[in-house]
Design a protein around this ligand. Structure first.
Ligand SMILES: Nc1ncnc2c1ncn2[C@@H]1O[C@H](COP(=O)(O)OP(=O)(O)OP(=O)(O)O)[C@@H](O)[C@H]1O
Ligand SMILES: [Mg+2]
Length: 306
């Protein structure tokens, strides 16, 4: 049984915020799966939640969806506390859970038609089938689809109700590369219609392609949040210049002014340096740096407590 003691503070209504989270906590026994998260997601924004396995992404997202009860803090989703969301509120959100429910005996089209019936203003079933690239499987039983095809059905069910806010928990796991690119197109068109999207993913290229902003959760804490191209701060983005000296020794220097450094090396060596590279950290490099430094900090905290 879950015991909830949500905070009593009321969240100010904010017309621009689709999601407001203040001091969110979720404890499983002694484990703080979510350990005090504050976050706002604006209407129309696509927000990518990143973080290693077990960081607390699904727990956070499922609390926002009304699927799990929180242990503490305040949450508002489309102006409503998800622990008290009624049917009218549920009709305004779309959900793609990390683990899909077991398929019954229905075909793809039958299942979508059934779900469409639950919503006041659903999308056209065949348009949605086409949008997720399942035209050829529309008459096939969901149980007979491949893993990636089933995942497309999950996405189709998430968008059939024309949600204002769409939650996608690792939506493209199991997609082939072409299907992922088609999915990105679908998300862009939903975004263009004004849909707010909260996405979790382990694919950093996906976060970079789709996200306006991203947040990194580690050990239940949001360790960084910002525009994708600002994640990790300026320091994490300083390029590295690498070359070989005349004797063959490898040199590596981090500098904000790589062109100046290269010019000075060229002048000193009297020509083209061997193996010259200017390396800019990728989103993946920056993310891994964040994970490593958060891991080191957690270790230091534990040592201090011991
Ligand atoms: N029902 C539960 N009972 C007990 N512990 C749970 C439960 N659900 C999740 N946890 C624990 O809470 C932590 C966070 O889990 P969560 O599923 O939110 O992680 P995640 O960031 O979504 O990871 P992944 O990338 O693997 O999906 C994990 O340590 C997990 O073992
Ligand atoms: Mg998860």
């Amino acid at each position: 049984m879950e015991i909830t003691t949500p905070g009593t503070g009321t969240i100010e209504s904010d017309a621009d915020a689709a999601v407001r989270i203040r001091g969110l906590r979720k404890d499983y026994g002694r484990l703080a799966a979510v350990d005090g998260i504050d976050l706002d997601i604006a209407r129309g924004e696509t927000f990518a939640l990143l973080g290693p396995n077990g960081a607390g992404k699904s727990t956070t997202v499922e609390i926002l969806e009304g699927y799990r009860l929180r242990s503490g803090g305040d949450v508002s989703v489309l102006g409503v506390d998800p622990a008290r969301g009624d049917l009218a509120w549920k009709a305004r959100i779309g959900i793609v859970l990390q683990s899909a429910t077991e398929p019954g005996t229905a075909t793809v089209r039958e299942q979508l038609r059934q779900f469409a019936g639950y919503y006041p203003n659903p999308r056209d079933v065949d348009e949605v089938i086409a949008a997720v690239g399942l035209e050829e499987k529309a008459r096939t039983r969901v149980a007979k689809l491949s893993g990636g095809q089933r995942r497309r059905v999950d996405v189709a069910l998430g968008i059939i109700g024309r949600p204002e806010l769409l939650f996608l928990d690792e939506p493209t796991t199991g997609f082939d590369p072409e299907a992922r690119r088609e999915f990105w197109q679908l998300i862009r068109s939903l975004k263009a219609e004004g849909t707010t999207i909260l996405l979790t993913t382990h694919y950093l290229d996906e976060a970079a392609q789709l996200g306006d902003r991203a947040g990194v959760i580690i050990g239940g804490r949001l360790v960084d949040v910002g525009a994708i191209d600002e994640l990790g701060g300026a320091e994490a983005r300083v390029p590295i210049v690498r070359w070989r000296e005349a004797g063959g020794a490898l040199r590596e220097v981090r500098t904000d002014r790589p062109a100046e450094l290269v010019a000075s090396v060229v002048a000193r060596l009297g020509g083209e340096p061997e193996g010259l590279e200017v390396i800019r950290p990728s989103l993946e490099d920056i993310y891994l740096q964040l994970v490593h430094s958060a891991g080191a900090e957690a270790h230091d905290r534990e040592e201090a407590l011991a």
